[in-house]
Structure formats: structure tokens, C-alpha cells
Design a protein around this ligand. Structure first.
Ligand SMILES: *Cc1c(COP(=O)(O)O)cnc(C)c1O
Length: 395
């Protein structure tokens, strides 16, 4: 059996054609594919605006910048996430406050966040970054209500959940990243994520002011718009109007742009995204059926409505033994995640073992099984058999 990773991209002939066509076009970057990808992505997610970026981490960075995070600002997030969800606060000098997960959903526990907020005077915290971990949607309607009580913004880290959703209190489907509750949402197009563009990211929002700010920050803080300049026409070197070459750098921004050929790949991949999620749900359903009565696995809840299944996580006995056994079988399961607060970088701020008991207990048992649309039935059966074999031999 060839190596089976926990996640991988699916590049079709169509994708290759889309990239090659763009390589032969007039634009390698700052061309029409960016706008086409943004428009299609916003439509898919159901947000007003979408801004394509170099990667998901750049997207997070621009979000904290656009929301004005500064030295000492306290922002709440989950310890069970990729470090970038927390790091974006640090890029702006803010302080990361981790809050524990719900042991059933593995998501930020809203009751714990509420307790945290109520223990300090209003204004102590500036924002919350919930993460749709593994592809499971946070109930952002509930987070919005809590955030409004405390004047907080919300950045939804939806890297795992394009195409995911939750049901609001009116039983209406709310897509992850649709901008109805979070101020900003971010996505990644790294090859293990649902939509691959090599490196790539996206911010979605319904807030036009934030959208304009983000566009500027993406390209060095430069403005090119005759109606928005602050220098005079004379200083710009014109007579009656601003000269054709003129532009202004009004803020300190970055070059966080995506290239056109990456956007072409993302756009082509996006057209198959729903099919990919269908396949992911099918794989999840097979895993659930295979393991539902096994005592070595913590009780699973079955296939969850609205879950985008970026990952299929189980909690098991003897996780280290299973992980090594699977590696011997050429199956590369992965651990998501080492709790962020235990990273040496975050320990320097005083975080330590024991601070997040649910996250730490989860980390002792969790393992992510292979989950991607081109995982074949045969490969999945091999993964399931290998797991059963390990426990039948050992227990
Ligand atoms: C992948 C990921 C990111 C970062 O995205 P990059 O495109 O790799 O920079 C951030 N948050 C989460 C939850 C992720 O999974």
C-alpha cells in the first residue's frame, strides 16, 4: 500500500489547464483571476466581500491590523488550533488569552468565555477568535450576542470550514464565513485544506469599511483613487487634476497579494468544493460505522450536520501506540493540535500545563485519520483494518 497521509490535495487536468492558461496570459499577478476568484468565493460562502491573500496567516494578520489591535490588547482564542490563530494577535503586540474547549465539540466553550469576560471590567478584552476546528462550525449567533454585550469584535478562523454551516435560532442555515455574525472570517488554501492554491488565503466580510481598509493593507497601504488623496494636486505634481501616475501610501501595509495563477487554481478547485465535502461526509460516515461500538474509541456523535470534515478526529486509548503502528503500515495519521498555550513561545507569558484541562486531556488521546476526497474505499478500508488489528492484538 502506498503512503496514506492524513490530508492531501486533488489536482485535476482541469486545474492544470486553468493554471497554464493564466501563465500564458498577460497577468501573473494583479490580473483578472484574483477578482474572479474573490467574486466566486464570496458567492459560495454568502458574504458581501472577499479579499484574496498570500496565505491564511497573512489573512489573520491583516484582520487584527484592520481591527486596530495594539500593544496590550487582550484577545480570546482556543488552545486547540494552529498557532497562527493566536499569533496574529501577537503580530500587533496584543495579548493572547486562551480559553478552554468544550470536550464534546472540541470548540471554544462559550460558557467559559462568558465567565472569563464577566470576571473583568468591561473593556478588558477587545475580541474573540473562534476556530471552526476540524470543520465543525461554531454557533456564531451565540458568540455575536456575547460579543455585543462586551463590545468585542469577532474574527472567525474558518480555515477548516469552507462549505460548513450551523443552524441559527430560526433554524436557518448560516454558512461559515458568511459575515452575518463575525466581523471578519479567514480561510486558507494550503494543500491540506478543502481548496488548494499552493499557498493562499481569503478574508470574507460584510463590512464595507473593513473591506476598504483590508484592500489597502494588502498592497503596502497604497491608495490609488483621485477622491481619496490627502496631498494637494500641486504637491502631487499636477495642475487641475492629479497626474496619471499618482498614488499615495497612507498607511503601513504589506505585500500580501495572491498571484493570478494561484487564483486560477483556487477558482478551478472551488467549482468542485461541494463535491469534495460530500465525499468527506461519506468518509466520515464510514469511519463512524466502523468504530461506533469499539471500546477503544471515545463515543462518536455520528456524521454532524453542517460539519465540513477538514479532519476526522477520534480520541483513543494508547494514542502513541496507535500512531506508531499506523506509521509502520504507511498510514500517516496526524495530531491536531498540540495545545497552543503549551508551546514554549506562549509559556513565556505564563501559560502552563493545567491551565486548559479539557484541551490537555483531549491532546492526550486525539488522532486525525486520513480524510480527503480522493481517499479510495480500498485505502479507507485498509486504515480501518489497521486500527482494528492494533487493538485486537494489544487489548
Ligand atoms: C492552515 C491554518 C491557518 C493558516 O493558514 P496558512 O495558509 O497555512 O497560513 C490558520 N488557522 C488554521 C486553523 C489553519 O488550519
Amino acid at each position: 500500500m502506498k503512503a496514506i497521509p492524513y490530508g492531501r490535495q486533488n489536482i485535476t487536468e482541469e486545474d492544470v489547464k486553468a493554471v497554464v492558461e493564466t501563465l500564458k496570459s498577460d497577468y501573473l499577478t494583479q490580473g483578472p483571476k484574483i477578482a474572479a476568484f474573490e467574486t466566486a468565493f464570496a458567492k459560495y460562502i454568502g458574504s458581501k466581500y472577499a479579499i484574496a491573500l498570500a496565505n491564511g496567516t497573512a489573512a489573520l494578520h491583516l484582520c487584527t491590523l484592520a481591527l486596530g489591535v495594539k500593544e496590550g490588547d487582550k484577545v480570546i482564542t482556543t488552545p486547540i488550533t494552529f498557532a497562527a490563530s493566536a499569533n496574529c494577535v501577537r503580530y500587533c503586540g496584543g495579548e493572547v488569552v486562551f480559553s478552554d474547549i468544550d470536550p464534546e465539540t472540541y470548540l471554544l466553550d462559550i460558557d467559559k468565555v462568558r465567565t472569563l469576560l464577566e470576571a473583568s471590567p468591561k473593556g478588558t478584552y477587545k475580541g474573540i477568535i473562534p476556530v471552526d476546528f476540524a470543520g465543525r462550525a461554531n454557533n456564531l449567533e451565540a458568540f455575536r450576542a456575547l460579543a455585543d454585550q462586551h463590545d468585542l469584535w469577532i474574527i472567525e478562523d474558518a480555515c477548516h470550514s469552507p462549505g460548513g454551516s450551523f443552524k441559527d435560532s430560526n433554524h436557518k442555515t448560516q454558512n461559515c464565513g458568511n459575515g452575518n455574525y463575525a466581523d471578519l472570517a479567514i480561510f486558507s488554501f494550503h494543500p491540506v485544506k478543502h481548496i488548494a492554491s499552493g499557498e493562499g488565503g481569503m478574508i470574507t466580510t460584510n463590512d464595507e469599511k473593513l473591506y476598504q481598509k483590508l484592500l489597502q493593507l494588502r498592497t503596502h497601504g497604497i491608495v490609488k483613487n483621485n477622491n481619496a488623496y490627502t496631498n494637494s494636486i500641486a504637491l502631487a505634481g499636477g495642475k487641475e487634476t492629479y497626474p496619471g501616475w499618482y498614488m499615495e501610501m497612507q498607511n503601513l501595509g504589506f505585500n500580501y497579494r495572491l498571484t493570478d495563477f494561484q487564483a486560477a487554481l483556487g477558482l478551478s478547485q472551488l467549482s468542485r468544493s461541494d463535491k469534495g465535502i460530500e465525499k468527506r461526509r461519506e468518509i466520515a460516515s464510514n469511519y463512524f460505522d466502523a468504530f461506533k461500538n469499539k471500546s477503544f474509541i471515545k463515543g462518536q456523535s455520528g456524521v454532524i450536520e453542517g460539519h465540513a470534515y477538514h479532519l476526522y478526529v477520534i480520541e483513543v486509548q494508547d494514542r502513541l501506540g496507535l500512531y506508531n503502528h499506523l506509521r509502520d503500515k504507511n498510514i500517516f495519521a496526524q495530531i491536531h493540535y498540540i495545545p497552543c498555550h503549551l508551546m514554549p513561545y506562549y509559556q513565556q507569558f505564563g501559560w502552563k500545563e493545567g491551565d486548559m484541562p479539557n484541551a490537555e486531556n483531549y491532546y492526550k488521546h486525539c488522532i486525525s485519520l486520513p480524510m480527503y476526497p480522493i481517499l479510495t474505499d480500498e485505502e479507507q478500508a485498509y486504515v480501518i483494518d489497521s486500527i482494528n488489528l492494533f487493538y485486537s492484538e494489544k487489548y
